[in-house]
Design a protein around this ligand. Structure first.
Ligand SMILES: Nc1ncnc2c1ncn2[C@@H]1O[C@H](COP(=O)(O)OP(=O)(O)OP(=O)(O)O)[C@@H](O)[C@H]1O
Ligand SMILES: [Mg+2]
Length: 363
C-alpha cells in the first residue's frame, strides 16, 4: 500500500501558486526528499501532507484513507522542525515522554519506550539534562526521538539539520539514515541542500516554482537529468549551448562554441537544426597540459583549446576554471592527488569529454 498519495494537489496564497497540480506517491518505508530552491513550495507541500494547511484543489491520501480535510492529529504522523521546538523547562526524558503522556500510556511503558528510543539515538546518558544544556546535534536527536517514540506511520522533517554546522550535519544525515533503516518508518525530508538530498534519499523530488521538475533516485537525477534546471540544480554542471548538426542513430553531432563533438546520451528526440544544451559534469572534463600531445583516436571527441582563469583546491578535489572560444566558461575537476596538473591563470590547455559523458537536453 502507498503511505502517501497526492493527486492534483494545489495550494494558492492569493495570486501566488505555492504548489501547482502535484501528483506524488510515497511508498511505505521509503525515504523521500523534497529538494528545490527557496520559494519552490517544499514547506507548503509538507504542510499540506501534515494537515497544517488545506489544499485549494486535489486530494491527499495517507494509507489509502482520504485525509484531504482531516486535522493534523488524525493523520498518524510526526514532525521534526529546523528549530527543534523542545520544551525548555522539561528534561530530555520529559520532552520525549510528553507525546506518550498525551496518549495516556502507563508509567512503566513510558519509562521503557523513552529509554529504548534514547538508546536508538545514542543519548542514554543525558536524559536528565535540560535542552539548553545540550549541543545543537544532541537537541536535534532529542527532537527526532520525541517523534519516533510514539511510532507514527510517517515522519515529516522540514530542514531538520539547517541549524547545524557542516560536520555535524553530515554526521546527523547518516544518523537519520541509520534510524530510518533500523525502524523502517517512512520519512519525508525537506531540504534545499542537494548534497544532503543525494546522501540521504531513496528518491528525490525536485521542486521548481510549485511543480515537480523531476522525481528519481539520486543516481538517476545526477546522471540523467531531464531538464537544464535539474542538471544545474543537482551537482555542478557545465552547460554549453549547441546546435544539432547530424543525427546518426543514437549518436548525435552538435556544433557550438566548443566546436563540433559527438554525444551518445540524448534526453529527447532531436533533429538537425535544433538548439540544445550539452551538460558535462566537471569530473568528466579531461584536461591536457601544453606539450602533452596525446591525440584523439577513433570514437574520442577532438581536443578543444582552452585558457586557464583560475585553479582552486576544494578539499579532495582541484577545480580548474577555464574558458573556451567565445568566452564560454568550463569547469574541470580532478582528484587532488600528487599527479594532478598544476595550472595557473593564463596557461593554455586542451580539454575534451567522452561521448557518453555528455548529455544533450532540448532547450
Ligand atoms: N502563508 C503564506 N501566505 C502567502 N504566501 C505564502 C505563504 N506561505 C508560502 N507562501 C509563498 O508560497 C511560495 C512557496 O513557499 P514555501 O515556503 O513552500 O517555499 P520553500 O520551498 O519551503 O522555500 P524555503 O527553502 O525558502 O523554505 C513562496 O512564494 C512563498 O512566498
Ligand atoms: Mg521551507
Amino acid at each position: 500500500m502507498h503511505m502517501v498519495e497526492l493527486k492534483g494537489v494545489s495550494k494558492a496564497f492569493g495570486d501566488v501558486d505555492a504548489v501547482s497540480n502535484v501528483d506524488l506517491t510515497i511508498r511505505e518505508g521509503e525515504f523521500v526528499t523534497l529538494l528545490g530552491p527557496s520559494g519552490s513550495g517544499k514547506t507548503t507541500l509538507l504542510n499540506l501532507i501534515a494537515g497544517m494547511a488545506t489544499p485549494s484543489a486535489g486530494r491527499i491520501e495517507i494509507r489509502g484513507r482520504d485525509v484531504t480535510h482531516s486535522s493534523a492529529s488524525e493523520r498518524d504522523l510526526g514532525m521534526v522542525f529546523q528549530n527543534y521546538a523542545l520544551m525548555p523547562h522539561m528534561s530530555v526524558f520529559e520532552n520525549i515522554a510528553f507525546p506518550l503522556r498525551v496518549r495516556r500510556l502507563s508509567r512503566q511503558e513510558i519509562e521503557r519506550k523513552v529509554n529504548d528510543v534514547l538508546d536508538l539515538v545514542q543519548l542514554p546518558q543525558i536524559k536528565d539534562r535540560k535542552p539548553r544544556e545540550l549541543s545543537g546535534g544532541q537537541q536535534q536527536r532529542v527532537a527526532l526521538a520525541r517523534c519516533i517514540v510514539y511510532n507514527p506511520a510517517l515522519i515529516l522533517l522540514d530542514e531538520p539539520l539547517g541549524a547545524l554546522d557542516k560536520k555535524l550535519r553530515e554526521y546527523m544525515q547518516l544518523e537519520i539514515r541509520r534510524v530510518h533503516a533500523e525502524l523502517g518508518i517512512t520519512m519525508l525530508n525537506v531540504t534545499h541542500d542537494q548534497d544532503e538530498a543525494l546522501t540521504m534519499s531513496d528518491r528525490i523530488v525536485l521542486m521548481n516554482q510549485g511543480r515537480i521538475e523531476q522525481q528519481d533516485t539520486p543516481e538517476q537525477l545526477y546522471f540523467r537529468p531531464k531538464s537544464v534546471f535539474a542538471a544545474d540544480f543537482i551537482g555542478t554542471a557545465n552547460l554549453v549551448e549547441c546546435e544539432v548538426s547530424a543525427v546518426n542513430g543514437d549518436r548525435v553531432r552538435v556544433t557550438g562554441a566548443a566546436g563540433a563533438f559527438e554525444v551518445t546520451e540524448v534526453e529527447a528526440d532531436v533533429a538537425v537544426g535544433d538548439r540544445v544544451t550539452s551538460v558535462i559534469r566537471p569530473e568528466n572534463v579531461e584536461v591536457r597540459a601544453a606539450g602533452d600531445d596525446r591525440e584523439s583516436t577513433g570514437s574520442d571527441n577532438p581536443w578543444i583549446e582552452a585558457v586557464v582563469k583560475d585553479s582552486l583546491i576544494v578539499g579532495g578535489v582541484v577545480r580548474h576554471y577555464l574558458t573556451i572560444a567565445g568566452d564560454v566558461p568550463v569547469v574541470a575537476q580532478q582528484a587532488n592527488s600528487r599527479s594532478r596538473l598544476l595550472l595557473s591563470h593564463g596557461d593554455r590547455v586542451s580539454l575534451r569529454w567522452a561521448q557518453n559523458d555528455c548529455r544533450i537536453i532540448a532547450c
